[in-house]
Ligand binder design. Structure first.
Ligand code: HEM
Length: 347
């Protein structure tokens, strides 16, 4: 068994893990291993928003961003997902990952910065950019199986062997290398600055982002039935709670998204992605909200019984980003979009 914190990121602790050194988790899980030369990554969400049928502008925007990802300084991986938000707008987000910040910066300057600045005009849709560029000490990944990477982990060199720090509340925190010496507490509060159709968010310290995914594509009939009929409806309730009432518990925005293929069709993969005031607020929801407690319990039982034979794949990536590692920009989007739900600055 390995520690989820790679040796090159271990440091003398001032804070202790939640579990003793001889703790053994009840089922295996794995983390992405990046080569030591990777010191920072970029996780960039480029959204298109429209109401009703896909507009010509939205179609063009989606084609443009895909083309931009194929240009020089391309991301190491990208995918696309869709959901209809609480205001009834369809949001299609193209999510791209880089493992060299200088390459991301060069690409962003040439291709990405104009996406939601108002410099590009796409008729009949809004656009938004949500980016974090965390140092490797500031994020963690977790996979229930080691044969398929998703998200930032696609850029990694390999998957770890079985890791120790999981299957208990507080495991995500213990997997983030910065937790060895920091409580990663938030400070300040984000605020929105509006100029006409253009809005940006002035960030606060230690925002938390989670992308938590489910892949039921390989499940045989009984496992699929169990997931779709018993687990997914509870997950959906949890996601709707966060979407509609999340702000009261420190969740600024939650999107329960379906991954789409190159033609825009649904795949058998989904994920929840949400922006939180802090890692602590996310942890509180995960360990106390009846929906997540129920699916956590069901998954623990099921993974403990099936072990590596389970065909439902679960993964997540959790990031705690410094203020200078964040970038939020919205153009022509409705005021409940993403981080725009935080209070505005006085005019
Ligand atoms: C079918 C969907 C889901 C299932 C079955 C599930 C189940 C689990 C399980 C078994 C763990 C423990 C993993 C480990 O350490 O071994 C976990 C952790 C966690 N889950 Fe979920 N989850 C699901 C969806 C979500 C979603 C959508 C979110 C939030 C957007 C979320 C937030 C978390 C967090 C924050 C943790 C870490 C808790 C901690 O370490 O204290 N989960 N979940």
């Amino acid at each position: 068994m390995e520690s989820s914190i790679p040796i090159h990121l271990e440091c003398p602790r001032t804070r202790q893990k939640r579990v003793p050194d001889d703790y053994e988790p009840p089922y295996p899980s794995f983390v992405a291993r990046f080569r030591p030369g990777v010191t920072q990554v970029a996780m960039a969400y480029f959204g298109v928003q429209y109401q009703g049928a896909e507009t010509e502008g939205a179609r063009r925007a989606l084609a443009d961003i895909a083309q931009a990802f194929a240009a020089g300084q391309a991301p190491g991986h990208w995918d696309r997902a869709r959901y209809v938000d609480e205001a009834g707008y369809t949001n299609v987000i193209s999510i791209a990952y880089w493992d060299r910040p200088a390459v991301f910066d060069a690409w962003f300057g040439a291709q990405g910065a104009s996406w939601a600045s108002g410099a590009r005009k796409y008729q009949g849709c809004g656009t938004f950019t949500e980016v974090v560029r965390p140092a490797v000490e500031r994020y963690e990944t977790l996979f229930s199986a080691n044969d398929r990477a998703e998200g930032v982990a696609v850029l990694a060199d390999s998957m770890s062997g079985m890791v120790q720090e999981h299957a208990y509340w507080g495991g995500a925190r213990d997997r983030i290398p910065a937790s060895q010496t920091s409580d990663m507490a938030p400070s300040g509060a984000p605020r929105v600055v509006t100029e006409g159709l253009h809005r940006r968010v002035v960030p606060h310290e230690n925002i938390c982002l989670i992308r938590s995914g489910q892949d039921w594509g390989d499940t045989p009939p009984e496992e699929r039935r169990m997931y779709l009929e018993e687990v997914e409806p509870i997950l959906r309730q949890g996601m709707e709670f966060l979407r509609d009432q999340g702000v009261s518990i420190g969740c600024f925005a939650n999107r329960y998204m379906r991954v789409v293929d190159a033609q825009g069709g649904d795949t058998e993969k989904s994920f929840g992605m949400s922006w939180w005031k802090s890692l602590a607020a996310l942890e509180r929801w995960a360990e106390s909200h009846p929906t997540h407690v129920a699916i956590f319990g069901a998954a623990m039982k099921y993974l403990s019984t099936l072990g590596p034979a389970a065909k439902l794949k679960l993964y997540h990536e959790v990031t705690v980003a410094a203020a200078d590692e964040q970038y939020f920009e919205y153009f022509n989007c409705h005021p409940q979009t993403g981080m725009l739900r935080v209070p505005s600055s006085p005019a």
